[in-house]
Design a protein around this ligand. Sequence first.
Ligand code: CUA
Length: 364
Amino acid sequence: MSTKPQMIEPKGMGPGFWPVMIGLTILNVAIAAVILYTPLDWILPEEWNPVADRAADIDMLFKFMGVFGSAIMVYVAGFVLYAAVAFRRRAGEPSDSVGVQLHDAPKLEFWWTVIPTALLIVLVVLTVQVWHRIQFGTVAPALTTEVVAHQFNFEIRYPDWQGSVFSPPGEMHLPVGKPVRILVTSADVIHQFWVPEFRLKAAAVPGLVQNLNLTPIRTGTFDIACSEYCGVNHSKMQGKVVVESPEAFERWLAGERAHATTAASVSLGGGDAAAGKTLFAQKCAVCHAVAPFEQKIVGPGLLHLTDDPKHPKLVDGKPPTAANIAEILQNGYTGDIGAMPNRQANGLSDKDIANLVAYLASLK
Ligand code: CUA
């Protein structure tokens, strides 16, 4: 025996519709007020006092999406809950009764199509504008810096200067108030250059150069993070960007240039192998094992640096003399098997180099 399901006739908007509508609207206004008028530093660092013009742009997009996205979420979720409660099966209704069947509400369908479409069109226009500013800048850059990501540091280069700054421990310096173009690429695997306070992030991909354009608008020191998993020491791949006055920036750059040109020859006499061993553990062991050449971490194992019949030459093709080892420690190395930062980047004094050479020569 089957009975025909009983149809329930619509009775207006349902109980409590307008109070619920007013409640959800008040909630949306409150959420919008929080997004627009309270500091959001807990999710957007320095939001209240932007560090760069692009940071303000990105935050504007975030707030636009936050206000309208949260409104859509609150209304949709709110009315789903409302409908579940207001139109639940009541005591005494047959268990197979069917709820109100509504079809063809053209007015409703028109507005729920037009409003989200209009919001998305506005969002596309705003987003493309911001993207264009990031890609091409709004004015010609006063300074171009290059970021070359390596496992596991950021090499930072400046124009008219042959040297590089590596981070860690080096820092990217930028003059405040000057439009800067940052070019980002990678020497090995895919990394990602990210400065949260700038709200800018670029994948560092071998063979591809990406553009970031911004003007830092206040001074300070901010973190650089690698935000793409790139290998065992990904989490250590961090640096700093120092935004300072143009005068301080010029002083720093002049100092780095002078440092690079005075790094010529190091006296290797009196190198202390024991001190070199300690230093190796601190500075070198992240990338080099005291093991045969083939046991690479990032760079080759250095156990038989001076007496390996299979590798009679250093990676730069020179014989493994103390002076040639010291030369690589001073200048760094870039070649087929990878790249190693120079002495400034590794923070090596003349004495450190002498001690490391003595230690490396003792590994037999
Ligand atoms: Cu480089 Cu993660």
